[in-house]
Design a protein around this ligand. Sequence first.
Ligand code: DX5
Ligand code: ZN
Length: 229
Amino acid sequence: MTPPQLVAPRERRIAPSILSADFARLGAQVDEVIAAGARIIHVDVMDGHFVPPITIGPLIVSALSDQVHAAGALLDVHLMIERPERHIADFASAGADAISVHHEATPHLHFTLEHIHEEGCAAGLALNPATAAELALGAAEQADLIVCMTVNPGWGGQSFIASSPTKVSRLRAVLPGEVPVEVDGGVGEKTAPLCAAAGARLFVAGSSVFGDPEPGEAYRRLAVAAGAG
Ligand code: DX5
Ligand code: ZN
């Protein structure tokens, strides 16, 4: 089974992260960014162990699944949890299209990425800021995307780590051309162009979209800044 593709070759896409959305109006907030052109909705799952906060689980993925898929959009689930291999099936059945796991969160990366594929999802490998780009190479054959953390995982609204574009360039140099790099954290109108120039093609944006009183307008401005569709 071919896994879903988040972004076409050479295309760039913004993935609004619902972490910064108003959860009392989650459906309406997601509709707003989809109406503005979003085709990827990023869902940040945190377990209170791998990162200190606890956020959301398969229940919210399932609650958004019909709405997002009916609009032709995809759910990009970012697992910031220990031993993610234990939860892949639950997120896949809830409606995830892509599931990303952290290099630092399991000793069984090959197994986990294969398991994500067996569940019919695209497999993402996420790297913390201090994890060397070269470590992505060991999983390059299984990974459909590489998530380059441009803040330390765990919270929305942090400042972009200035050295991140250099890491994106290094990832681009070592990875096969068809594997997109997704930047995650502190991505806004000023930092997105730096990541795009370094070779990023997916741009997770939480506070810069949902922290704005007009998320649809913020999405459009960011898409222009990143040169995204
Ligand atoms: C951080 C999460 C991000 C978060 C980004 O741990 O992985 O996806 O939502 O938030 P901003 O865009 O506000 O930095
Ligand atoms: Zn994320």
